[in-house]
Write a protein that binds this ligand. Sequence first.
Ligand code: SF4
Length: 352
Amino acid sequence: MRISRKDLGLDGGVPAHFREALVRWFEKDGAATGIPERDRLRYSSDLDPEACHRKIWYGLHGETQGLAPTRETLGSQLRFWGGRRFEDAIGSALVESGLTVQRQALVKPLRPSAWCWAPGHADLLVVDWRRLLEIKAPRAEAFRRARGKPDELVRVQYRYQLSAYFHELHRRGLVETAAWIFLDREGSNEPVEIEFEGDFVVPIEGVVAEEEAKAYLVTADEPPPRLPFTKIAKVWKGKPPRKNQAAQRVVKGYSWRSWRCGYCQWESVCKPGEAVQEFTPSTEERAEAVTAAERRWATGNKTTPQIVPLGSRINETEVAEATCEAEEVAAGVLEEATDEVSGNGAEPMGPF
Ligand code: SF4
């Protein structure tokens, strides 16, 4: 008799007893290391100007996903645990070298703010150097995308997070400089240190404006809207038109949700929809797409189908960036959809 994964208690993941043991251990480890629960605004992810407001609202208003009290998935807890071990290694190395290091330095705004209660903890404060170090451990893929330019590892959310920490600790006279240390969590690249200076520094006014823009989430009774879908149209030239007839362009619409939804721990609660969906463009959208495609063909571009972003919310550069960052699953689904539409040899859309 064949024994199924379910018979073994795997049920789509690790065996139940193993899972429960891990959840219990993470609760114990989190309590021992003072890792705060996910019940307030966070500097690390919530101050990100691109963060989904709905996601923040879920975190603030007690959605649990059955993982109380940590409210994180097992996967994200393992990742955070791994990040803390990297941080411990660097902190221990600095202490071994004779320096005084404050780990998880508490950051609180020196002003009235909903973020006064956010658990802001800067990774490492090297007291002797009056220097703040934030440790980031992205995947090797992030290093590959940076193409040998380490500054490109710095995401906008890292800038806001470190700016918030730096301004507050600087005003208290505790730090003079700051930097990120990027470690490849997969071990394929050497660590790099990136100085926090120049354009990386968000002025305190910019940090405060971002905090104020999200303060309403603390008291909002209803979750804010989901992240919008991005829409594109593919336009094929179609058959050559008969004499005195207009060309019959073939137009298909595709929309895909934000790549952020694929990484969101509230996805099962929020239900943001399939990663990629085909839709029938409206008359206006069809006209917009055909006009843009014909303009390109008129300038000598021979590609068919043409891929045209729809709506004023995005431009073509943003489409390319959005697709660059889209999760692999969306890429796979859209590739399948694209192949179906074109039959074969479809032009890939951006990185898809
Ligand atoms: S699934 Fe998407 S829209 Fe919903 S909360 Fe998460 S990021 Fe926001």
